[in-house]
Design a protein around this ligand. Structure first.
Ligand code: FAD
Length: 405
């Protein structure tokens, strides 16, 4: 069995793991990221890059290279009820440098981070290698056992950062089980062609018994059709023509192209989960990103929180790791810093899920737009509040870990 010795082993090359890998390597910490897939090509993941993440790109000096990537800017978001549009979030009013959301495929973003990270000699990304178990010693976790194309490999490290997503095997191996909050919805993702003359850039359309979110991806719409929890099977049983009709009814401008949903294989189910660990760490191990807290898709903030966790971890742990004096209390400081934003965001998401989304799905007749929607539309200055919550989040992080490559 091969053995690799590294200061920091990161399990998972998603937004949390890649951002953490980049930041620690940039600060001169020897880091090895394990990613089980050969590439980042996974469709229908979070594709939203929020203002707080765009600000981080600036702080890291990546502005020009990042802006050169193909992306769509979105400055506002509307809710459409009974065909009438209500603007609810205006990112152009944010008190920050980047006053818009960027939409880009997650694989482009991760490729970008990987490309920046390999500039630092302390960074190593090992693809097609899956962490399978933790190496436990009396003093705590001392690394992971993994399987790659060349067989088994042991990665020995001072710290294992578990960034292996919402179905994290590492957190399970560490003996952690998340507290699960019920989510009343699931989401079906698909895409349809976008044409000149189509309406708003990004909107949520609410009608009795159905909700459709349309996100502008350049020459196509990325669409999220929201169903009650477990409603996917019943919908599929009605057949594809019935589904196309439902989509056309709630978004009439798409009626001429719903035929582009050729097969149920074009429609991917996201089983919505909202959960979080009450304890993110053990000696030698820390969970971040979805592994510590799976977010609801409401607001599309999952990537953002994952990245913010990575920044907080790098800010708080670079010194102790570099000096070889990392103790569990350092890991607890990361959780203490990030738990508050997670709690507040999940509480808001759960409130919107039950009061707005579930109520709309339960309705069997046209309903009036909720008061909050009407107020936000009537008072544009208020639109900065949802924009701030979505775009900057609670307690946005800034890069403080030093550059030492
Ligand atoms: C369908 C869908 C749509 C979404 N839409 C949005 C959105 O619009 N906006 C938004 O912000 N968020 C969205 N999210 C959520 C967002 O994608 C996640 O919150 C975010 O990706 C979390 O990042 P992460 O790095 O913590 O985990 P992940 O992105 O899940 O990354 C985990 C990585 O670990 C790897 N891995 C797992 N196990 C192992 C192992 N044992 N060994 C090695 N590697 C391993 C995986 O291959 C993966 O690359 C969506 C999620 C889904 C599923």
């Amino acid at each position: 069995m091969d053995t690799v010795t590294t200061r920091l082993c990161i399990v998972g090359g998603g937004p949390a793991g890649m951002m953490a890998g980049l930041l620690f390597a940039r600060a001169g910490i020897d880091v090895t990221v394990l990613e089980k897939h050969a590439d980042f090509l996974r469709d229908f993941r979070g594709d939203t890059i929020h203002p707080s993440t765009l600000d981080l790109m600036d702080e890291l000096g990546f502005t020009e290279r990042f802006r050169a990537l193909p992306q769509r800017r979105v400055e506002n978001f509307s809710g459409v009820v009974n065909g009438r549009s209500y603007r609810v979030a205006d990112f152009s009013r944010l008190p920050t440098r980047n006053r818009f959301l960027s939409f880009m495929p997650q694989w482009d973003f991760l490729d970008f981070l990987a490309g920046e990270a390999v500039r630092y000699p302390a960074f190593r990304l090992i693809r097609r290698t899956e962490a399978q178990d933790l190496i436990e010693t009396e003093g705590g976790i001392a690394g992971v056992r993994a399987a790659g194309p060349g067989g088994s490999v042991e990665i020995r490290s001072d710290l294992v950062l578990c960034a292996d997503g919402r179905h994290s095997r590492m957190r399970e191996r560490a003996g952690f089980a998340p507290r699960v909050f019920g989510a009343p919805i699931d989401v079906l993702w698909f895409r349809l062609p976008r044409r000149d003359g189509d309406p708003e850039a990004a909107a949520g359309r609410f009608g009795p018994g159905r909700i459709l979110i349309t996100l502008d991806r350049g020459d196509e719409w990325q669409c999220a059709y929201v169903v009650p929890k477990g409603g996917d099977a019943a919908l599929r049983a009605q057949g594809l023509p019935a589904f196309r009709t439902l989509v056309a009814e709630i978004a009439p401008f798409l009626a001429d192209r719903t035929g582009a949903i050729a097969d149920w294989d074009d429609v991917k189910l996201l089983t919505v989960t909202v959960d979080r660990l009450e304890r993110w760490h053990r000696p030698g191990l820390l969970c971040i990103g979805d592994a510590a807290h799976a977010m609801s898709p409401v607001g599309g903030v999952g990537i953002n929180l994952a990245i913010q966790d990575a920044v907080a971890a790098a800010n708080l742990l670079t010194g102790p790791l570099r000096d070889g004096r990392l103790v569990e209390a350092d890991l607890a400081r990361v959780q203490a810093r990030r738990m508050f934003p997670v709690r507040v965001t999940q509480a808001l998401q759960r409130m919107i899920q039950s009061r707005v989304i579930a109520a709309s799905l339960a309705a069997d007749a046209p309903f009036r737009a909720p008061l909050a929607l009407r107020l936000l539309d009537a008072l544009p200055r208020l639109q900065v509040l949802p924009a701030r919550m979505i775009g900057m989040g609670v307690r946005p992080e800034h890069v403080r870990a030093p550059l030492r490559a």
